[in-house]
Write a protein that binds this ligand. Sequence first.
Ligand code: SF4
Ligand code: SF4
Length: 427
Amino acid sequence: MFRRFFRRNSPPRFSYQRLIAEIATALPAFPGRWILFCDHPLDRSDRLRLKPGDRVATGGKLVPFIDSPAYVIAPATGVITAIEPFLGDFGRRLTRIDLRTDGPETIDPGFTEAAAEVSIETLRAWAGDLPGGLDPTALTPPDQPIETLLVSAVEADLLSVSAQYVLKTRTDAVRQGIEILRQVTGAKRVILAVGRESFQGLGGHLHAEIRAVSGIYPASAPALMVKELLGRQVPAGAPLAKLGLAVVSVEAAASLGRSFAEKRLALEKIVTVVDRDGRRSLVTVRVGTPVAEIFEALGIRLGAGDRLIAGGPMAGACLFTDDHPVRPDTHCLLVQDPAAVTHCSSDPCINCGECVRICPTHVPINMLVRLLETGKYDIAADEYDLWSCVDCGLCSYVCPARIPIFQYIRLAKHELALRQVAETENV
Ligand code: SF4
Ligand code: SF4
């Protein structure tokens, strides 16, 4: 398992895990129940278009609200059993939809018809929930065409090997996805970014430049990858689209390729599961599968004090229950034994500088954290480089005072983004 350590004179370096020879286990396709999160708040029940008891078909597009285009894709054929408000990270208001498998599987024909046309409109209408996490709006920004597309096969966090597995086992789908991405974005240049250790054996049939990136975390952070591969500095806080760039995960590319090739939405996701002993498993499950079902299939039982993390040890998010679904971007699930859990403290900063030394973007964190602790987010952004942070979590990991720096940073960015939205709406 992952352990904290220090070397005073040089910051620790963390290598990404390597895929050895694992084979992903396909868990039963119909665990019986499913959980979906729609990125829209459930404020008023009279705005709902769906209700418990409604039937859904596999791959069907569920648009829960009459006044919002927000949608989720049904991972199975069955019945809606509940629709409820759900509070996500930082108070983000979502809508939770529970399904129960019921009857023989039927495939919704909607995407089959839509797939006849490969266009950004089709992607916007259908690909928002694809395994791998695709943001179709980032592919065609309004004021700047995408010139270079990076397809990242580098893991999003430590301990995960999901991206490497996708690249190794779904090569044809990745190639097809790259063609589709090239077509809808018009990108002149497509680069497949892989870890140095995965570089060998990849041929030109992927129809992309294949470039190796550092095997040291957090090389997969988009801004760092752009700097390493293209030699371009991403200005702090600037969306990549403003520079004519987009980054897509290799799994999203594979899901896209497979969906259009088969004219049926891809639903299966590769997830790396690491239990409290450090045992690693790879599973194939549909998006929406409850974490509890995966753990039951793998014989993992959560004990008192265990910490459950979705994403990875550095930048992942704690889940407070296993009654939570695999989402399109859930690459890794991690169970930490209570003995390995590092608890945050309210101790003050001792100005040791460990955080500054390890930060890949040289944020003056020892100064920044003082502002974040007191909610002075504007000064943090204007004078102490908050937006240069690439969300790697390394500063929290090395802080001997156990200050939850990364959580402060995420909260600050969230609050500033909310303010920006409010200001835009009031103009
Ligand atoms: S401030 Fe912390 S989370 Fe942000 S890039 Fe630096 S080390 Fe990573
Ligand atoms: S925030 Fe933590 S790591 Fe950074 S200087 Fe203070 S005590 Fe050291």
